[in-house]
Design a protein around this ligand. Sequence first.
Ligand SMILES: Nc1ncnc2c1ncn2[C@@H]1O[C@H](COP(=O)(O)OP(=O)(O)OP(=O)(O)O)[C@@H](O)[C@H]1O
Ligand SMILES: O=C(O)C1=C[C@@H](O)[C@@H](O)[C@H](O)C1
Ligand SMILES: [Mg+2]
Length: 184
Amino acid sequence: MADGGLMRRNIVLIGMMGAGKTAIGAELARRLGRPFWDTDAEIERAAAMTIPEIFARDGEEFFRARESEVLSRVLAAGEGIVSTGGGAWTREPNRQRISDAGVSIWLDCDADTLWHRVRSRPTRPLLQTADPRGTLERMLAERSPIYALADLRVTAGRSDSIDDTTNRVIDAINAHHPQILETK
Ligand SMILES: Nc1ncnc2c1ncn2[C@@H]1O[C@H](COP(=O)(O)OP(=O)(O)OP(=O)(O)O)[C@@H](O)[C@H]1O
Ligand SMILES: O=C(O)C1=C[C@@H](O)[C@@H](O)[C@H](O)C1
Ligand SMILES: [Mg+2]
């Protein structure tokens, strides 16, 4: 993470679908009094379509291009809490932009908890397979080494409440990058 400058004070949550990036990000923003951005929600708003509709009509690469554009836009707003989609961090140019713009935090969540949270929802097109749990586990295994490149890692297990995990995120930032939380 680079130091100094407004744009470099974003707090960016990364990790698998269902890890809690949206839920924890919203709570962090509320507690810290900072703007909240969710890249999935921003893409849906700009397109006036849901993510499954975008994947079905235009395909994943089109979605990834929109995701990179939205990410750059919300990071440039500065000092925000940014909850990314699960695949955003897997693209190197996105990692570079995030690292230039603030601190990245991996919400690390086990496969059982992820599955418990996502299985009843048809909102993740990448899990519309014959074996969604197997797909989720394979994605987790493939992506974990990439998620591990984040500046900080916070575990978010099934027994942790949204408050517990939010506390842990704030503690981790205070311990390693306290300047991000300074009020100017
Ligand atoms: N302790 C918890 N921490 C985080 N989320 C929780 C917790 N308990 C329940 N949830 C719920 O789990 C669901 C999945 O979380 P969320 O949508 O925030 O994940 P996400 O990481 O943003 O996923 P995606 O990448 O698909 O956007 C939400 O409905 C959230 O409210
Ligand atoms: O993990 C992923 O690749 C995705 C996660 C969601 O947040 C959405 O961004 C989309 O469903 C893709
Ligand atoms: Mg989300």
